[in-house]
Design a protein around this ligand. Structure first.
Ligand code: KIV
Ligand code: ZN
Length: 387
């Protein structure tokens, strides 16, 4: 089975988007949880961007063991110097340097010719290598670039010593089949690609970051980049938990292995949400509050008979103790009887039809019927007493 490396950028691309800056203590807490989760690489920040970012990258890089720690830098010598300085005491450091490669970015943003971009990219990788052996190169806006030019850039940076090459869909413009084709194109056309790991990095502007990442993995990527809860610029980055659980539920499709401890997914999601202050939408895949809740009578009946009828993931696998059957006016007799029995009531000793009708009258008045309501319903005098 092929090894898939998991690169977390919650503290860099994720934090960049928040409009708030996490302090060192908060970043450290998230970083330690990411180690427990089992990611391979943690991108800690952009050391040249501010003294605060430098300090947090340096402190966390010193402290973390058993994981590669990474700092971002532009293809600018002084950025790379700061990045190398911040990472110098790390057990396993990586510099992540890069430059934009689409015509739009080169012309309008960088105001550089393509040949100048190639030279700057190769020079930056050589400069980073003079400090640290593990150097990842990102080709910003790769998806919208001329793919033959992209191939030239990647060939040159691998020659210069890049150990990982990252092909981002910076603006989330790709569809899964197109992104998969691009990754296959890079694999088939960059002559020295076997000397580097191929990384994918997707944004979610069209809601396809997870799908695009999975297409990239199918096409042979070695490393996937993303964030916890999908936080990131604009509509966010690839949600790592979604990619991991898509692979988990469909192992036969991907044939890859990684080091993630899936039981740490829910605790990591909660911690990131709590510290960043960015709530996880209730309907969010994998980690949303409703992801393992069953609300309609037909679904509740199915799940009570056989979980897999409406549950593709056992919530325990991601660290959520159990699923939840929400009792409401949409619930059926089966769900009600099941919950009453869990609460210690015997369905043999009451008229269940009468209890169910009393339950429905109550449920019509409120969103959810809680255990206290059921106790009241079953209290002195039986269901009639609760009318
Ligand atoms: O989206 C992007 O292109 C990036 C790079 C800096 C890796 O975040
Ligand atoms: Zn990004």
């Amino acid at each position: 089975m092929k090894r898939l490396y998991i690169f977390d950028t919650t503290l860099r691309d994720g934090e960049q988007s928040l409009g708030i800056t996490l302090n060192l203590k908060e970043k450290l807490e998230i970083a330690h949880q990411l180690v427990r989760l089992g990611v391979d690489v943690i991108e800690l920040g952009f050391p040249a961007s501010s003294p605060g970012d430098f300090e947090s990258v340096q402190t966390i890089a010193r402290e973390l063991k058993g994981v590669t720690v990474c700092g971002l830098s532009r293809c600018v010598a002084k950025d790379i110097d700061r990045c190398a300085e911040a990472l110098k005491d790390a057990e396993s450091p990586r510099i992540h340097t890069g430059i934009a490669v689409s015509a739009l970015h080169m012309e309008k943003k960088l105001q550089m010719r393509p040949d100048q971009v190639i030279e700057a990219a190769a020079a930056a990788v050589r400069h980073a290598k003079s400090y640290i052996s593990d150097v990842e190169f990102f080709a910003e806006d790769a998806f919208r670039s001329d793919h033959d030019f992209l191939v030239q850039v990647l060939t040159r940076v691998i020659e210069a010593g890049a150990t990982v090459v990252n092909v981002p869909d910076t603006v989330g413009y790709a569809t899964p089949w197109e992104y998969g084709e691009l990754i296959a194109y890079v694999k088939n056309n960059v002559p020295n690609i076997d000397r580097a790991r191929l990384s994918i990095h997707c944004h979610n502007d069209l809601g396809m970051a997870t799908a695009n990442s999975l297409a990239g993995i199918k096409a042979g990527a070695d490393q996937v980049e993303g964030t916890i809860n999908g936080i990131g610029e604009r509509a966010g980055n690839t949600s790592l938990e979604e990619v991991i659980m898509a692979i988990y539920t469909q192992k036969q499709r991907y044939d890859v292995q990684h080091r993630i401890n899936t039981r740490e997914i829910a605790p990591t999601s909660r911690l990131v949400s709590m510290i960043t202050g960015v709530p996880v939408p209730a309907h969010k895949a994998i980690v949303g509050a409703n992801a393992y809740m069953h609300a309609s009578g037909i679904h509740q009946d199915g799940v009570l008979k056989e979980k897999q009828t409406y549950e593709i993931i056992d919530p325990e696998i991601i660290g959520v103790p159990r699923n939840r059957i929400v009792l409401s006016a949409r619930s059926g007799r089966h769900a009600l009887k099941h919950r009453l029995e869990e609460l210690g009531y015997s369905s043999q000793t009451v008229d269940m039809e009468q209890v169910y009708q009393a339950f429905l009258r109550l449920a019509d008045q409120k969103q959810e019927v809680y255990d206290e309501d059921l106790h009241m319903l079953m209290g002195a005098g039986g269901p009639e007493a609760s009318r």
